[in-house]
Design a protein around this ligand. Structure first.
Ligand code: ZN
Length: 544
């Protein structure tokens, strides 16, 4: 790792330093790269104040999207709502991008640089939860909910963009701001298709945000995985399961045999892999030999080659299972894909400097009380509450990647210099993809975290718009370091299409009931007010 760092320093020095330095010095003799820039500092200050002045607007957006609680590819209300806000704020919006009805790309401004601001918008099955309540208490039993906090990211980006574009317009600064949806991120369902559709072809920098428990950013290859999401379907023959079972061939047998085969094989896979499945069709009723059955796998690994290898092993298991059950294996369906993530060093350093200036929000006693109560509820060894200290340093590449989660921002990060800003809108020590992760997401914790993040983001956009050398350096890292040996090859195949039918039935099942609880900001100051929740509500001896 040490030698990599030195190599990188040398590369960056030659890429952006030595040769072009003389030219640049001639063009801008009065301003060395990192010199004080009082004008930029003043604009940053102005943007930060403007973000503060948008606190109510931010809170309303966060609460509104929380109340919609829409699963991937079914984010209709969320889309309609956000598109309306963006149009009112002077953005041109193209809806239905890349063949995905619930995805959009909004554009404001003109010229370079083109800064693409994105965040995910979908939620988690069975994560419905009353905000501000420190134990499991769903708004609608069984319904989806924002148990990942994706209701907060685009509000952050919108607030930051609005504050920056005021300054850009007044000062006639060239530059284009784009805002786009991370549609169906929980299915890693959209971003590879955005790339295939060429939507990031002319983008200079992608600034992504994701909810976290602190303000942070990283560069290089991080912990975590990329993946392919594949559904295998089998077709057999029905028969009376008691009178003539020998006449039938069970597709469910193939699914079960594939799963058993996979569990045995798991012992002999690399430690960094993650793989899991759900049975999406397990037959109709016990007395009819199942003619059809399907199983849906996520195959995760830490690099492209190993993802492909794991996928091929899955294919072998499926074929072998079909042979054992004497059923037909249909053409497999790719339902999503994500490259492992790699973030840009220059953009991360720029963001990190701004993080240190903004710092963490001031948490109230109520905020801390809620955080500690849910940490206790989940029997965490320590109930430490919310983060009160920034990370010690900018996080660089991980030395040993033991695997972990994925995000299809990975695909974008291999096409445009990208970073993910994490902002402190959630509580540390939660399981993820769970009702507990929804508790903070329509409370002052989420609202304050979004404001802190929007300040950092506004400052970073101003840096990129006013200091073209940063964009140049970011691309030097991208070309000379990140993609020097690793080239992006899409995991999705030419015949694959976005899986926009997913979650349709689930959303249809719950939407009517959920609608009763949509947030109405014309009548209630906050969603907590509307639901009549005392903040915070923590377990007492009388709580069931
Ligand atoms: Zn997420």
């Amino acid at each position: 790792m040490q030698s990599d760092a030195l190599l990188l320093a040398a590369l960056l020095a030659t890429a952006v330093g030595a040769a072009p330095l003389a030219e640049r010095a001639a063009q801008a003799p009065a301003r060395p790269a990192a010199a004080a820039n009082p004008k930029l500092d003043a604009w940053k200050k102005e943007a930060v104040n403007d973000v503060d002045s948008q606190a109510v607007f931010a809170q309303q957006m966060v609460d509104q999207i929380f109340s919609y609680g829409e699963l991937g590819f079914q984010e209709m209300e969320t889309n309609r709502y956000l598109i309306d806000i963006l149009r009112k704020n002077g953005f041109e919006v193209e809806a239905g991008i890349a063949g995905i009805p619930t995805a959009f790309m909004a554009t404001w401004g003109s010229g370079k640089p083109i800064i693409a601001l994105g965040s995910d918008i979908d939620c988690i099955p069975q994560a419905s939860q009353k905000p501000g309540v420190a134990y499991h208490d769903p708004i609608v039993e069984g319904a989806p909910g924002h148990g990942e906090g994706h209701n907060s990211g685009l509000p952050l980006q919108i607030v930051a963009a609005i504050s920056v574009k005021k300054i850009m317009a007044r000062e006639h600064l060239p530059g284009t701001i784009r805002i786009w949806t991370g549609t169906a991120e929980e299915l890693v369902g959209s971003k590879a298709y955005f790339i295939r559709a060429g939507l990031f072809k002319d983008a200079d920098i992608a600034l992504f945000v994701h909810v976290g428990e602190n303000l942070g950013v990283s560069w290089g290859a991080g912990a975590g995985t990329g993946l392919v999401s594949v559904q295998y379907s089998f077709v057999g023959e029905t028969a009376h399961a008691a009178a003539a079972p020998w006449r039938g061939r069970s597709a469910l047998d193939a699914v079960e045999l594939m799963d058993i085969g996979w569990q045995f094989r798991r012992e002999h896979l690399r430690l960094s892999q993650r793989s899991h499945d759900v049975i999406t069709d397990g037959g109709d009723q016990p007395n009819v030999v199942p003619r059809t059955a399907s199983v849906w796998y996520y195959f995760r690994e830490t690099d492209y080659e190993h993802i492909k290898e794991l996928w091929a092993t899955g294919d072998t298991m499926a074929k072998a299972a079909a042979m054992m059950a004497d059923v037909e294996l249909k053409q497999e369906q790719v339902l999503g894909a994500a490259w492992p993530q790699h973030f840009n060093k220059v953009v991360a350093e720029t963001t990190w400097a701004n993080i240190q200036q903004v710092g963490l929000p001031k948490w109230s006693d109520e905020d801390q009380q809620l955080a500690r109560a849910i940490q206790k509820e989940l029997k965490n060894p320590k109930a430490e509450g919310l983060s009160v200290k920034l990370p010690e340093k900018l996080q660089g590449p991980v030395e040993h990647n033991d695997g972990g989660g994925s995000d299809d921002i990975g695909d974008i990060s291999w096409n445009v210099p990208t970073v993910t800003l994490r902002y402190p809108s959630n509580i540390p020590g939660l399981p993820g993809h769970n009702w507990a992760n929804a508790i903070a997401m329509a409370t002052p914790i989420a609202h304050k975290g979004v404001i802190a993040g929007a300040k950092v983001q506004a400052m970073t956009i101003l840096d990129l718009v006013t200091r073209p050398e940063l964009v140049e350096q970011a691309w030097a890292y991208f070309r000379e370091v990140q993609t020097k040996e690793t080239k992006y090859v899409p995991l999705i195949r030419p015949q694959d299409r976005p899986a926009i039918w997913l979650n349709k039935n689930t959303m249809e099942k719950y939407r009517a009931e959920m609608k009763k609880y949509y947030y109405d900001p014309s009548r209630y100051k906050t969603y907590l007010d509307q639901l009549g929740i005392k903040y915070p509500t923590v377990r007492t001896s009388s709580t069931p």
